[in-house]
Ligand binder design. Structure first.
Ligand SMILES: [Zn+2]
Length: 182
């Protein structure tokens, strides 16, 4: 995130950034969560930290109002964790997955940002990797037809599965099975 983005989140008291970063106010010596309802400081008095510990180490004190010292108060982090769990469990069930992600109550766009911040990969990269690993496993350890495998990992067409697999491994599913199976 850039300083401008963080400043925007602070000036809007945007709770969806809680746990993502903290801001500290040089004139008061206090650090806060982005959602803190205390008076908006002057922008040139503010500095940003990724973690509460860093703000503490720089000599700032936690805010009594937003309790910036309570580290488990990180609702957005929780939501991101739940999203990851959903991807892990349901990556091959596209509709169900989208539906469940929606129920977490934040926009897809915002979720995508949070996920990338937290795990360093996009949600689609993450799901793609899960699908690829599962496809490889099925190719090597089952006798399922390739069309069944493509279905099991969430593709509705064989050609899109082929393209996807080839992009990830450099070879076709059939060749992969033949070359790697003992
Ligand atoms: Zn505060």
């Amino acid at each position: 995130m850039t300083n401008d983005e963080m400043w925007k989140a602070v000036s809007e008291n945007d709770a969806s950034y809680d746990g993502i970063f903290f801001y500290a106010v040089k004139s008061t010596g206090i650090y806060c969560r982005p959602s803190c309802k205390s008076k908006l400081p002057k922008q040139n008095n503010v500095c940003f930290f990724d973690a509460a510990e860093q703000a503490l180490a720089a000599g700032f004190r936690p805010c009594k109002r937003c309790r910036s010292d309570i580290s488990d108060y990180q609702p957005m982090k929780e939501i991101t964790g739940k999203a990851k769990q959903l991807l892990d469990e349901s990556f091959y069930k596209r509709c169900e997955l989208n539906h469940k992600l929606q129920q977490l109550g934040i926009s897809h766009h915002r979720m995508a940002e949070l996920f990338k911040d937290e795990y360093g990969v996009t949600m689609s990269e993450y799901v793609g990797n899960l699908r690829l690993e599962e496809a490889k496993r099925l190719l090597l350890h089952t006798d399922d037809e390739i069309i069944e495998i493509s279905c099991s990992v969430g593709f509705d067409g064989l050609s899109s599965f082929y393209r996807f697999f080839k992009k990830g491994t450099g070879i076709s599913p059939a060749k992969y099975r033949k070359e790697h199976r003992k």
